[in-house]
Write a protein that binds this ligand. Structure first.
Ligand code: MV4
Length: 457
């Protein structure tokens, strides 16, 4: 096992990684920006090194500063968390050449999966179903030909994108050439590369993703799926495991397909394979995330495994134990992302937290970096805590979430807690009925009548 690990991240995930290290008996090095001097991850780590000014580009994304911090502190490994440098193949390579273990998959695998159209092609070749679609489009004529073959409506996606950014729906041929141009320009501006591809558009899908874990000895395992359909502008709000739309037979079949594909790629460490579920319940591969995700905790609650500890163990060369080979899912877990945002407008709101009470009791977990008197800086993601509730079944998990939200008090700043309370009371949510459009419809008040009724019952 490593003696010392550097955590190249901030916020709740940095604290979460410190928890894992402490339990493994591994010393920790935090890095922090000038805006994070008083942050919880700095306080809980054994050592902390300031790596630059508040702006992410100058600190948490600054590869040279982070590698220097690892060298100065003599850390043997770096855990990148999520976001920031977690899916940066170049960073993983620099770690390798600096003789520091990057806690994640190999750089080539990160690079393959970062190229969304190549990943799609590779996974199709390895037996996963994909939606009808194209490779990278080289001309307007090619786009026209491919769109016609696939059939409208189609969706244009950035090859270097992912997570929904830079996507565009095209409903007919006359919209195509202007949509293509805009999409290419947006992709260039956002990701530094104009490459786009197209896919058949699914009007009301669900987002379902499989959690995987693999050691460096060829053993890959899956830990069931999460349902992440409840999103707003590609930001997930609520996640759960298992998915209310998945049955045991489909889980076993899809899980098996995922494992066989990743074995052939030689995948290592934690990862997530995302699928779109169409209106008929068919699953299509979308993309793969080569990092630990925000929503990993719901999988931890239903499997009983510690995914972050296991990431560190497999990066140190340990094998997956026998218990990973026969995973059983117990009960149901739901996560609400507690963001520092206005609950009406979703505008991020930084500031001083003047009061804080965290919920507890049976089946309740809070992963957070916020504390009383902490200042939420305006420079980073608005996620300040994750509330995760486990129950023996979905309805108990929802009831726990409802009461835990009531017992979660944050004063001084606005949060999305009121939005989550309304989602938990919503009739469609409680029935497990959801699609891409859930949050928009919900905010427009279409399901408000049901919400009020369910909230009172
Ligand atoms: C799609 C789609 C419809 N058709 N692809 C959103 C996240 C990103 N990974 C891919 N996303 C989508 N891809 C095709 N071909 C609709 C979405 C989508 C979505 C999917 C599931 C849950 C919520 C969503 C919200 C917006 C868009």
């Amino acid at each position: 096992m490593f003696r010392k690990v550097l955590i190249a991240n901030r916020g709740e995930i940095a604290v979460r990684i410190i928890c894992a290290c402490k339990e493994l008996g591994v010393r920790t090095v935090a890095v922090y920006s000038e805006a994070d001097r008083d942050a919880l991850h700095v306080r809980f780590a054994d050592e902390a090194i300031c790596i630059g000014p508040a702006r992410s580009a100058d600190s948490y994304l600054n590869i040279a500063s982070i590698i220097s911090a690892a060298e100065i502190s003599d850390a043997e490994a770096i855990h990148p968390g999520y976001g920031f440098l977690s899916e940066n193949a170049h960073f993983a390579e620099v770690c390798e050449t600096s003789k520091i273990t990057f806690i994640g998959p190999r750089p080539e695998v990160i690079r393959l999966m970062g190229d969304k159209d190549l990943a799609r092609e590779k996974m199709a070749e390895l037996g996963l179903a994909v939606l009808p679609g194209s490779g990278v489009l080289n001309s307007a004529e090619e786009a026209e030909r491919e769109a016609k073959r696939v059939g409208y409506p189609i969706m244009i996606k950035a090859a270097a994108g992912g997570g929904g950014r830079g996507m565009r729906i095209v409903r007919s041929a006359d919209e195509l050439s202007s949509a293509l141009q805009t999409a290419q320009a947006e992709s260039e501006a956002a990701f530094g590369s104009p490459g786009v591809y197209l896919e058949k558009y699914v009007a009301s899908p669900r987002h379902i993703e499989f959690q995987v874990m693999a050691d460096e000895h060829g053993m890959v395992t899956h830990l069931g799926e999460r349902e992440c359909t409840i999103q707003r502008r590609h930001q997930k709000l609520v996640e759960e495991s298992p998915s209310p739309a998945m049955d045991a037979a489909t889980r076993q079949q899809m899980g098996g397909q995922v494992l066989r594909a990743l074995e052939k790629i030689g995948y290592t460490n934690a990862g997530t394979v995302e699928f779109l579920m169409d209106e008929e319940g068919r699953l299509y591969f979308l993309e793969m995330n080569t990092r630990i995700q925000v929503e990993h905790a719901v999988t931890e609650m239903v499997t009983g495994f510690d995914l972050v500890k296991q990431q560190i163990r497999v990066a140190a060369g340990e094998r997956l134990g026998d218990e990973w080979k026969r995973t059983t899912l117990r009960g149901h877990a739901i996560e609400c992302r507690i963001c520092a945002e206005d609950p009406e407008t979703f505008t991020p709101c930084a500031g001083l937290v003047t009061g804080l009470h965290l919920p507890g009791g049976p089946g309740v977990r809070v992963d957070r970096a916020v504390y009383t008197e902490s200042v939420i800086p305006p420079y980073y993601d608005s996620l300040i805590a994750k509330l995760i509730c486990h129950g023996s079944d979905r309805s108990e998990a929802i009831a726990r979430m409802k009461r835990a939200l009531e017992m979660f008090i944050i004063e001084g700043i606005s949060t999305l807690i009121p939005v989550h309370e309304r989602i938990m009371a919503d009739g469609d949510f409680r029935a497990g009925r959801m699609s891409t459009h859930f949050v928009d419809r919900f905010l427009q008040g279409e399901s408000k009548a049901e919400a009020t009724a369910a909230g009172r019952s």
